[in-house]
Every structure is written in structure tokens, then in C-alpha cells.
Write a protein that binds this ligand. Structure first.
Ligand code: CTP
Length: 421
């Protein structure tokens, strides 16, 4: 026999309210009900096998209390056991972290059988039970939470369980889409570097992003990089991007712009001649492997290739600048070019002691693009094709390029200072 049906708020909503953070969406757990009872009350089943329903009016998620057991390695290998006799405590026991395993009754009282509140107070991510190991996505979740809840650290026993899961190959079984989903969410948090440090400590970074691990301990010239270590630099760059509230594409570009430094031969250290080209190759392969969306990939590849050029922009000639704009397709995609400039600024300031340094290259290249855009391309094309009616295409391209170069030269400060140049 089963008791009365009871509903509780669970998970992130309870956690965030206790932390004093705004609550976005509320998840509910329902104890003592069958799927048929839920349907009879108008709840809409979410998936075929998932015992999860949407409320007919609020569309909030209501999951039947369930226990879970694993049938196969990897993310899709679940089977669920949901039945009216699964208790709230059994449901909470199989959740990932104690801070996510607190339930709240309709009357506001908390049901906290696994010490979630104590861990919230102590700022600790601690797994609830051995059932944590049933889902390797949880390794990524803990890392992502570390990027969001920046005062929290991972309990030693949870870290060692995560290490065991990595050692037994669990992380290798994750599908790329799921990895990217968690990584991209973590990149959007307040301090994304913390996600990568947790993944490294768990041994998972070497499985997911070995290209990042390869930067660990790689030296850079002290004059431009007081932090020396390339991994330290890259972590500072992504946190700088987060402080600037940069988009996901900019944050990812910041993460991978220097991958090529991981394959510099040690005889060349601390110089990294032509690392940009090696970065491009590595970024392309990484994006392919993790099935990273095209827009995010394109900015990352461009930033890998151009970040050095952006840094040197103030010393460049007008025709070199115009070639860079053309290479970046900046006339058709000006917003993406602005993203390149922001990622490059994060690169320049993500260095110990350089955090507040001005980066005039960004405003300068914005001016350069505006100048190059301002030419009357239509009129030039019409005039040139009237003069060369037989073979106008090359002549038009040349004339437009020349007009752009002239327009750019006119906004270059040193040109104004020296009219003979
Ligand atoms: N959960 C879990 N294991 C997972 C995913 C979810 O144990 N792999 C449980 C946790 O109790 C979690 C709840 O399901 O709190 C809701 O999951 P979800 O909405 O994905 O995450 P939240 O914890 O609410 O976090 P976020 O704020 O990122 O949505």
C-alpha cells in the first residue's frame, strides 16, 4: 500500500534560495504517485521512459521519486526505477551533491537527510553516496559548479571518487555534445578557470582537453608574460573574458588561442615562433572532436591565427591592416571582428600585473575598420567598370582595396604626424 501523494521542491532551487541567490526554475519531486495518476491530473510526460512530467499550467518539472541503476557505461546507459513506494530519502540519496539533495516541503520546512545545509555553510561540494559514480556527467557538473560558486571547494573524498571514475574510463564514454554542453555552461560562469582546475585535479582534463593540459609548465618570455606559465596565462585570459561579460564564443576563443604553445619544441622555449599556425591546427581538431558549433569555432580559429597581429596593429602599415580586415572577412562580419578584438584584449590583460593596462589596439582597429568601410564602394565599382568594360572584376577589386588603404592611412595617428611618410 502507498501513502498520500506528496510534492517537494528539490535541487538547484532549494540550494540557490539557501545561498541567497535568485531562483530560476523550480524542480519538484513527487512521492507516492504513479505515472497514470500524474497523467490523470493533466501533467504532461516529458519523455517516453523518463518519469518526468510538466505541470499543465506552470510547465515546471515534476519528477516521480526514483532510484536509478546503471545498465551500460556512458551518458545514455540509464534505466530508471520509479514507483510509488520509492521514498524521498531514496530519491535524494541518488542525487549528485549533498547541496543539491535538500528537499523543501510545501510548508517551507527542509528535508536534509545527507547534510546539505552543513556543506552549504562549509562551502563544500560533497557527493551524497556511491551512486554519484553512476553518471560521469557529474564530474563536469561539479567542475561547472566550481566556476559558479567560487568560494566552494571539492571534498577530498569526492575528488578521489571522481579520479576513480576517470581512471575506469567513464569520462571517455561521454558523448561530445554532452561534454560541450557542460563546458560551455561552465565557461559562462563567473570564474571559468575554476572549472578547468577541478577537471585537472580529477584527471579528467587530460581526457577531455589534453591540448590544455599540454600548456601546463610551458614557459613564456617574462617581459611580456610575468606569469611565465602558459596554462596560468590562459586561465587568466578566460577569467578576464568572464569579468568583461564576454560571449561564449569570445570566452572559448580566449581558452584556445595559445594551444600552439603546447607543441613548441623545448629548445625554442620560452619563445614560441609561429605558435599561431600550430594553434589553428589544434583548435580545428579540437572543435571537430567536441562537435563545437560553427560560429564558436570560427572565432576561435580566427583568434588563434590573428591575436599576435592584433597586438602589433599599431606598428602595421595601412595595406597590411586592410589585408587583415579582408582575411577576417571583417567587411561582411564586423561583429565577429569586434569579438576578435575583445578576445585579443583579454589575451593582453590576462597577464600578471597587466590586468589594468590599456589596450589601444582595440579602439584603433575599430577606427581602422570604420574608415575602410566608409569608402563609396558602389561608386568606385561603377566608375571602374565604365572605364574597363571588358574585364572589370580584378580592376574593381584593386580600386576598392586602394581606396580602403587610403582611407585607413588617413586615420593612422603617425601618418597625420608625419605627412612625408
Ligand atoms: N541531478 C543529479 N545528477 C545529474 C543531474 C541532476 O543528481 N547528473 C539532480 C541534482 O539534485 C540537481 C537536480 O537533479 O540539483 C536538478 O538538476 P539540474 O536542473 O540539471 O541542475 P541544478 O542543480 O538545478 O543546477 P543549475 O542551476 O545549473 O540548473
Amino acid at each position: 500500500m502507498t501513502g498520500p501523494v506528496k510534492t517537494y521542491v528539490v535541487g538547484g532551487a532549494v540550494r540557490d534560495a539557501l545561498l541567497g541567490f535568485p531562483v530560476k526554475d523550480r524542480d519538484y519531486v513527487v512521492v507516492g504517485a504513479t505515472p497514470d495518476q500524474m497523467r490523470a491530473q493533466g501533467f504532461l510526460p516529458v519523455g517516453k521512459d523518463f518519469p518526468v512530467f510538466l505541470h499543465p499550467d506552470t510547465h515546471e518539472e515534476y519528477a516521480l521519486a526514483r532510484t536509478e541503476r546503471k545498465t551500460a557505461p556512458g551518458y545514455t546507459g540509464f534505466s530508471f526505477h520509479a514507483s510509488p513506494d520509492v521514498t524521498l530519502e531514496q530519491d535524494l540519496l541518488r542525487r549528485d551533491l549533498t547541496i543539491n539533495a535538500i528537499a523543501q516541503d510545501i510548508d517551507g520546512s527542509l528535508i536534509d537527510p545527507y547534510g546539505g545545509r552543513a556543506d552549504l555553510d562549509a562551502r563544500v561540494f560533497r557527493h551524497v553516496s556511491a551512486a554519484f559514480a553512476e553518471d560521469p556527467v557529474r564530474i563536469l557538473r561539479v567542475a561547472r559548479f566550481a566556476a559558479r560558486f567560487t568560494e566552494f571547494s571539492v571534498a577530498e573524498e569526492t575528488l578521489s571518487l571522481m579520479r576513480q571514475m576517470v581512471a575506469s574510463g567513464e569520462v571517455d564514454a561521454l558523448v561530445p555534445e554532452r561534454v560541450w554542453q557542460e563546458l560551455s555552461r561552465g565557461l559562462m560562469e563567473a570564474k571559468p578557470s575554476r572549472m578547468f582546475m577541478v577537471l585537472r585535479d580529477a584527471g579528467a582534463l587530460a581526457r577531455i582537453l589534453p591540448e590544455i593540459v599540454a600548456l601546463d609548465g610551458v614557459p613564456q618570455p617574462a617581459q611580456h608574460h610575468p606569469e611565465i606559465d602558459t596554462l596560468v596565462h590562459v586561465m587568466m585570459v578566460i577569467d578576464t573574458a568572464a569579468r568583461q561579460s564576454a560571449s561564449l564564443a569570445v570566452r572559448f576563443a580566449a581558452l584556445v588561442h595559445d594551444l600552439g604553445k603546447g607543441t613548441t619544441s623545448t629548445e625554442q622555449w620560452p619563445q614560441h615562433i609561429a605558435h599561431e599556425a600550430r594553434s589553428v591546427t589544434l583548435v580545428e581538431a579540437l572543435c571537430e572532436r567536441l562537435k563545437i558549433p560553427g560560429e564558436v569555432r570560427d572565432l576561435a580559429v580566427m583568434t588563434a591565427r590573428e591575436h599576435g597581429n592584433v597586438g602589433r596593429a599599431l606598428e602595421m602599415r595601412a595595406d597590411t591592416l586592410v589585408k587583415m580586415l579582408e582575411r577576417c572577412d571583417a567587411f561582411r562580419k564586423p561583429a565577429r571582428f569586434m569579438d576578435l578584438l575583445l578576445a585579443s584584449e583579454c589575451d593582453a590583460r590576462g597577464r600578471t600585473g597587466f590586468e589594468e593596462r590599456p589596450f589601444p589596439q582595440r579602439a584603433f582597429l575599430q577606427t581602422v575598420l570604420a574608415a575602410a568601410q566608409s569608402i563609396a564602394a558602389g561608386e568606385i565599382a561603377a566608375a571602374v567598370s565604365a572605364a574597363h568594360p571588358d574585364k572589370p572584376a580584378d580592376a574593381i577589386a584593386q580600386a576598392i582595396r586602394a581606396a580602403r588603404v587610403a582611407a585607413v592611412a588617413a586615420v593612422m595617428p603617425h601618418k597625420k604626424a608625419d605627412p612625408h611618410h
